[in-house]
Design a protein around this ligand. Structure first.
Ligand SMILES: [Zn+2]
Length: 254
């Protein structure tokens, strides 16, 4: 099985060595449009799940820029769903996550005075200047994920790895498991000159892992009033089923 490439590799870098023969992969927005075009013909309504799956897939290997571009892609797919729902008037749109990750945006990484400042280029609080991303074609995605002031990503859990806090033009795993020892080691090809970030995960972990914080949930349309509080995750199913006026079988009693 082959995954779709992530947005930066598919739409920004377009490196033939990465894409190989898959040069016409759809965006999540195009897949959302296509799914709605098919499903809107259903007389009894429909349920459509749209997942920005590579946000997670890029947070595991500590790749903030690739995760962020895929967040923008999900945001634009939600925009398409909301526009469709507004035109039809009878559709509940729910947006949530199935878990959190350990990535935080801490500030910005600034290399205007020094091309390779390592952690000294990381500005926090008032020292975090505004990033210098440019969106000259107005498509909502920065033209270049690697400007001289870019977002500074921090991770609450991680393996031993090296990080120069700058976008990696080529995707690389942060750490690799040594088959002989079963222990992970920093990937020697990713940011080889950068300082070591000493891990806090067990030695066999080569990627960061999911975290347990609550996630947000947002809803609009008929039935959205059920999403107005802190919810147990099992409630989300019933709130959506009720909005669809599904008659659920009565629960079996022991
Ligand atoms: Zn995951």
């Amino acid at each position: 099985m082959t995954n779709l490439n992530v947005y930066i590799d598919r739409e920004i870098s377009k490196d033939p060595a990465v894409l190989k023969e898959y040069t016409d992969q759809p965006t999540l927005m195009e897949m959302t449009q296509a799914a709605l075009r098919v499903l809107e013909k259903k007389k009894d309504g429909f349920f459509l799940l749209i997942e920005g799956a590579s946000i997670d897939k890029m947070e595991h290997p500590l790749d903030g820029p690739r995760a962020t571009y895929d967040c923008i892609e999900l945001d634009q797919a939600v925009g398409i769903a909301k526009k469709w729902a507004a035109e039809h008037g009878d559709t509940l749109v729910v947006v949530t996550a199935d878990h959190n990750h350990s990535m935080s945006i801490v500030g910005t990484h600034d290399r205007r005075d020094n091309p390779d400042p390592d952690r000294e280029g990381n500005g926090v609080y008032g020292d975090a200047g505004f990033p210098t991303y440019v969106d000259s074609n107005g498509d909502g995605f920065p033209d270049d994920p690697d400007p001289d002031v870019q977002l500074f990503y921090g991770w609450s859990n991680h393996p031993d790895h090296r990080d120069d806090f700058q976008h990696n033009a080529t995707f690389l795993q942060p750490a690799l498991v040594d088959e002989a020892t079963g222990q992970s080691e920093p990937n020697p090809e990713r940011d080889p000159k950068a300082m070591l970030q000493i891990g806090n995960l067990p030695g066999e972990e080569s990627n960061c892992v999911h975290t347990v914080e609550d996630v947000w949930i947002m809803a609009a349309g008929p039935g959205s009033q059920r999403f107005n509080a802190v919810l147990d995750n099992t409630e989300v199913f019933f709130a959506m089923a009720d909005a669809m006026q599904l008659r659920l079988p009565a629960p079996k009693r022991a």
